[in-house]
Structure formats: C-alpha cells, structure tokens
Design a protein around this ligand. Structure first.
Ligand SMILES: N[C@@H](CCC(=O)N[C@@H](CS)C(=O)NCC(=O)O)C(=O)O
Length: 205
C-alpha cells in the first residue's frame, strides 16, 4: 500500500493506525507548502487534493481520514480498532466524526487557513480567534463526555487517533487542554506506535 502523508498534519492519525496494526506500507511525503497536493499526479490519485490518501494494493484509493480509519478497522479486525460492543462502537464513530469534521474542519481549518474564511468585515485575526473558540468549546465537550475513561470508547480505537491529532495541534499552538484531553494526550504518547510515528515525523516527545 502507498500512504500519502504530511508530517504533523491530520495524516499523523492514520500513520498511527498503520503502525498500531503493524502494516508494511510505502510512505510518500506530500509537501502542502510547496503545493504537491495540487499537482496533476497527486490529483489523479486524490481529486480532492487533500491528505491523507491510502492507495490500496488493488489500486483503489481512500481519500479521507474517516474512510481510511474505518476501512483499516474493518480490514484488520484482529487489531480491534473498533469496539465489538455496539454502543461503544457507535460512540467511537461519533467521536471520530466530531474530531475530524468539527474540531478539525470547523475549528482548526480557521486557525491554520484563515484566508479561506476572511472577508472585508471579518479579518484573518478574527477568523483565527473564532477557530480557537470552536476548538476550545469542542475539546470541553470531549472532556465532559469521556471523563473517567482511558480511551474515548473504553479501549483504544480509531477515535483515539483522531482525538490525538487535534490534541497535538492544540498543544502546538499553546491552547490549554481540558483535564481529560491532557491525560488522553499524555497516555497516547506512551504508546509505542505513537512514539515511533512522532519520531519518524520529526517530533521529540
Ligand atoms: N475531510 C478531510 C480533511 C483532510 C484535510 O483537510 N487535510 C488537510 C491537511 S491536515 C489538507 O489536505 N489540506 C490541504 C488543502 O486542503 O488544500 C479528511 O477527512 O481527510
């Protein structure tokens, strides 16, 4: 399989899942700053021009975080990346969507690419402030929902990989993590696969 990723981006969450499963894959670095994701050869694989992308052995590509994560959990069931218990499984899926669609899509997208939202009435700084507000409120929601559990759905699941990358970003921009998120973030960093991925992507723990 070929995995298209950018160090320190949302693809870090998928990178963690690939290492948790112990898969052998070819890593391709997509340099977003240089615009690699908009080059015709990349768009031919992922027409959305986004990362992550997983090009599977049968030649088909999965082009979103959630599609890749759910496919990995389904294709490698022995690794139990989704809980067997139906209610726990639903809460893992809901939390993953919340992290990817809301915390990342509505919040961090405003923080990291404010020019996409800025208007003459809403300058870049205001867009970024709004993004931070969305992230802070959403992490508080995660905190209130997950307090008392080691992982989002009890045991480690694909939801934890998605929560980890948004916690990682919040930490990098010096946002305070609410108690559950801080503990979850630290717990994640003790996992060998997470440590390996962060080291490979050039981060010191
Ligand atoms: N909804 C997409 C979001 C992925 C995404 O936004 N990735 C960012 C990097 S973290 C990206 O590719 N940005 C480049 C761009 O949007 O131009 C997914 O689930 O994979």
């Amino acid at each position: 399989m070929k995995f298209y990723m950018t160090p320190g981006s949302c693809s870090t969450g998928i990178h963690i899942l690939l290492e948790e499963i112990g898969l052998i894959f070819e890593a391709h670095i997509v340099n977003l700053v240089k615009g690699d994701h908009l080059k015709p050869e990349y768009l031919a694989i992922n027409p959305n021009g986004s990362i992550p992308t997983l090009l599977r052995d049968d030649g088909t590509a999965l082009t979103s975080f959630t599609a890749i994560a759910i496919w990995l959990a389904t294709a490698y069931p022995r690794r139990k990346l989704l809980p067997e218990d139906e209610a726990a499984k639903q809460s893992a899926l809901e939390m993953m969507h919340f992290c990817v669609d809301h915390i990342h899509g509505d919040g961090f997208r405003r923080v990291f690419t404010p020019e996409r939202y800025a208007t003459s009435k809403t300058p870049i700084e205001a867009v970024q402030a709004e993004g931070r507000k969305i992230v802070a409120a959403a992490l508080q929601t995660v905190n209130d929902e997950c307090l008392g559990r080691d992982y989002v759905a009890g045991t480690f699941s694909i939801a934890d990989a998605s929560l980890f990358y948004v916690e990682f970003w919040a930490d990098k921009i010096s946002m305070e993590l609410p108690p559950y998120c801080r503990a979850h973030y630290e717990r994640m960093k003790t996992r060998p696969a997470v440590r390996q991925v962060l080291a490979e992507e050039g981060y010191r723990i």
